[in-house]
Ligand binder design. Structure first.
Ligand SMILES: *Cc1c(COP(=O)(O)O)cnc(C)c1O
Length: 367
């Protein structure tokens, strides 16, 4: 079976480096908020070109802490996409703010600027821009829109590690950005992890308090915070994995180039190509097909795993019946949710695997 992710196939040398790193943490006798974290934070800030990076428990908490740190909460609206991991929207709710869902652009599955404009009200405080599937796009337009409307730009970079646009890294375009190190992300821990990055010194100070019970100095709690820290073991492991990330990202890009050139079944629709090479890190390679269930079954019979990101958009979730949305509706989101399919695209795939997936796709005809 060609899997969506294959961690067991990672280089033995990487595994050895991670085991050595874990041993180093054991030997240090220091497990929370120590040197491993501050080293990894400094390294990640450098990667993102931001002044500050704060390790937190997961990507969802990174978004919540960013919003709360920016003073966004009850009575405030945050616009985002309905075509995202549920955690993006849950983080807005957890911050006490009101999510408002805008539609996507049919060709990219990324937020539509026209729809975002329709969602803006006097209560809008931020746009949570999700770099879906690993793609950063049109950042000059997003930055301009947010500054004209006087709202914060917060980037959800959970799928966009090392993506860049116009020579600038994802994570540095707005007031703050959130990364997830969930195992399947392009940079994944051996467990949960996340990071908030920002150039805003005051936000960095507030976020450092919020992740640690709202504590300023030991046993003093000026704000109500949460317990959300990236522990020393995960930070040490992530530091080792980061050394492999550029090569792993390059491999994802090669696979994407090969798919784009070799998939030519008229029943399958490709998303629009990235605006530049560095703008896409191909966290997921996504196609569209109106006979998706047949295609999934055909791929499984051909030894190819596939997944849907995402079959149920946020506004269609049972827990969110009345969630606010674009008054014009979310037709592109609904069409995408009904047709999108993610095929294997991970750094451990061999040349033959990529060919086998493309061949299986090209051999598909509906039953
Ligand atoms: C994974 C993901 C998150 C949540 O990250 P966790 O670390 O699982 O909390 C948020 N947004 C997007 C777009 C994601 O893909």
């Amino acid at each position: 079976m060609i899997l969506m992710n294959d961690f067991k196939a990672e280089p033995a040398e990487l595994r050895e480096r991670m085991v050595t790193a874990v041993r180093r943490v054991f030997d240090s006798g220091w497990y929370i908020l120590g040197k491993e974290l501050s080293n990894f934070e400094a390294e990640w800030a450098r990667q993102c070109g931001t002044a500050h990076a704060l390790g937190v428990g997961n990507g969802m908490d990174a978004i919540e802490i960013a919003l709360r740190g920016l003073g966004i909460g009850p009575g405030d609206e945050v616009i985002t996409t309905s075509m995202t991991a549920f955690a993006s929207v849950l983080a807005i709710v957890r911050a006490g703010a009101t999510p408002v869902l805008a539609d996507i652009d049919a060709e990219t599955a990324l937020l539509s600027a026209a729809s975002v404009e329709r969602c803006i009200t006097p209560r809008t405080k931020a746009l949570l821009l999700v770099h879906l599937y690993g793609q950063v796009r049109d950042m000059d337009a997003w930055v301009a829109l947010c500054s004209q409307r006087n709202i914060h730009l917060v980037e959800d970079c959970a799928q966009a590690h090392l993506a860049s646009w116009g020579g600038r890294s994802a994570g540095g375009f707005g007031s703050a950005a959130a990364f997830s190190f969930y195992p399947t992300k392009n940079l994944g821990a051996i467990g949960d992890g996340g990071m908030l990055v920002t150039n805003d010194q005051a936000l960095a100070v507030r976020a450092a308090q919020l992740r640690n019970y709202g504590q300023s100095v030991r046993y003093h709690h000026p704000v109500i915070g949460l317990n959300s820290r990236l522990d020393e073991i995960q930070a040490a492991i992530l530091g080792e994995r980061l050394a492999y990330l550029p090569a792993f990202t390059a491999r994802r890009r090669e696979i994407a180039v090969q798919y784009r050139a070799s998939i030519r079944n008229p029943l399958l629709t490709q998303l629009a190509p990235a605006q530049e090479d560095a703008a896409h890190v191909h966290h997921l390679y996504v196609l569209q097909c109106t006979q998706r269930d047949d295609l999934i079954a055909h791929l499984a019979r051909s030894g190819v795993q596939s997944l849907v990101h995402y079959p149920v958009p946020v506004h269609a979730q049972e827990s969110c019946p009345d969630i606010a949305r674009d008054p014009a509706g979310l037709p592109n989101t609904e069409h995408h949710a009904a047709t999108c399919l993610s095929i294997p695209c991970h750094p451990q795939m061999a040349e033959a695997d990529v060919e086998a997936v493309a061949n299986a796709l090209n051999a598909f005809s509906p039953s």
